[in-house]
Design a protein around this ligand. Structure first.
Ligand code: HEC
Length: 116
């Protein structure tokens, strides 16, 4: 019983730490495109088969076009629509998560080539 409680507390504290701002305490808004990408998109859209978004897109577009970072063929209006309304398996994100201004910065960031 004690053991279970210990693991539970550990899980709660790890979960809390992950949602806190960077260690230096700085989470200024508006966030940069890169920061928004890392917070909200990278986990699902980074290159490689472990990212669920990349995996789904690879089935439709092939692996070279599957990672979002660096893609030039995405219309900004389309990206906005997908982020605000979701797309099949991808949940929508609201302006409280990503403001319109931050979404514009994110779209500009995505267009920059991926650094290898
Ligand atoms: C929980 C995982 C997840 C997160 C987080 C996520 N996505 Fe997605 N995204 C997906 C999946 C899965 C698809 C493929 C949807 C489908 O076709 O079924 C997708 C598709 C897309 C597409 C369509 C690409 C194309 O070629 O049609 C865009 C654009 C996109 N996501 C942008 C974003 C952006 C920007 C973020 C961050 C703000 C984000 N996604 C966060 C899972 C995610």
């Amino acid at each position: 019983m004690r053991r279970t409680l210990g693991w539970l507390l550990l899980a709660v504290s790890v979960g809390t730490a992950a949602s806190e701002p960077a260690p230096d305490g700085v989470d200024t808004r508006p966030r940069s495109g890169e920061k928004t990408w890392r917070l909200f998109c990278e986990g699902c859209h980074k290159p490689g088969p472990e990212a669920p978004g990349t995996r789904v897109l690879a089935a439709r577009l092939g692996w070279d076009k599957a990672p979002l970072k660096g893609r030039q063929d995405l219309d900004p209006g389309y990206v906005k629509h997908v982020v605000r309304h979701g797309l099949i398996e991808m949940a929508p994100l609201r302006p409280t998560d990503i403001t319109d201004e931050e979404l514009d910065a994110l779209i500009a960031y995505l267009r920059e080539p991926a650094s290898k």
